[in-house]
Design a protein around this ligand. Structure first.
Ligand SMILES: [Zn+2]
Length: 250
């Protein structure tokens, strides 16, 4: 399977949960706003024998009136209309911002018109309860009644015979992770349960998680199992280590 990282770059984010592009060259020497974090954003395309998969959808920012995720796909020779499945780990806006588009900031249609979207129904319900600033509910409304959307309501299952999903109740209440299987290999996409290589190697409880302890334990389990089975890990918040196979016993 071919894996194509689609980095949207590095952003600063603070309590307001607004993501502001961080230009490393220009901004390095200037002080970032106090209390802000640097966050890298990176969806993935995975090309299998059957599908062009998109794993989470980025921030949904536009450049020259075109969605950045569309630009990034085209830059890799992939037409957005060739995406057949969009797999969403959860609906925080840095993962689901690119699900929809429209004119003048009004989302009016799903941005992958030939794709089936796979979403946890209970995650969608939580998103509507909580709303802004973590979720962009006007866009998420488009997921509610579209025939292009499959609302998953089981804790685990299989999509199309080769993509396993599993609800973890870790980073968000109904966050799900995906294993994509071919005869030769297993790709693991842990979304925000497993966002960066460093967090796989070092035990760490994140304050921003719904259940940080559980996420930490899961990472350990995945890291060990992934080593035995030579999984290819995809890290959404790690632009330097997008794809990683844990073959060393560290
Ligand atoms: Zn998140």
């Amino acid at each position: 399977m071919d894996i194509i990282p689609l980095s949207e770059g590095t952003f600063t984010v603070d309590k307001t949960k607004l993501f502001v592009p961080f230009n490393q060259l220009e901004d390095e020497l200037q002080k970032r706003p106090a209390g802000s974090l640097l966050v890298e954003i990176q969806p993935f395309a995975v090309i299998t024998s059957r599908d062009v998969l998109l794993l989470d959808t980025g921030l949904g920012f536009k450049r020259n009136n075109e969605l950045q995720i569309h630009q990034n796909l085209r830059g890799k020779g992939i037409e957005p209309s060739s995406v057949t499945k969009v797999l969403l780990t959860h609906l925080h806006k840095d993962h689901a911002g690119g699900i929809a588009e429209g004119e003048e900031g009004q989302a009016s249609r799903l941005s992958f018109d030939q794709a089936q979207y796979y979403v946890q129904e209970r995650e969608l319900n939580v998103a509507f309860e909580k709303g802004f600033p973590s979720y962009i509910t006007e866009e998420l409304e488009l997921l509610q009644h579209s025939t292009q959307v499959t609302l998953l309501n089981e804790d685990a299952g299989v999509i199309d015979g080769y993509i396993n999903y599993q609800v973890t109740h870790a980073h968000s209440a109904y966050h799900q992770v995906f294993h994509i299987r071919s005869e030769k290999e297993i790709i693991f996409f842990g979304g925000d349960d497993a966002p960066q290589l460093q967090q796989m190697k070092h035990r760490f409880i994140a304050k921003y998680d719904y259940n940080g302890k559980k996420a930490m334990e899961l990472r350990k389990t995945w890291w060990e199992q992934g080593q035995r089975e030579k999984w290819r890990f995809l890290f959404y918040h790690d632009v330097k280590n997008p794809v990683y196979t844990n073959e060393t016993a560290d």
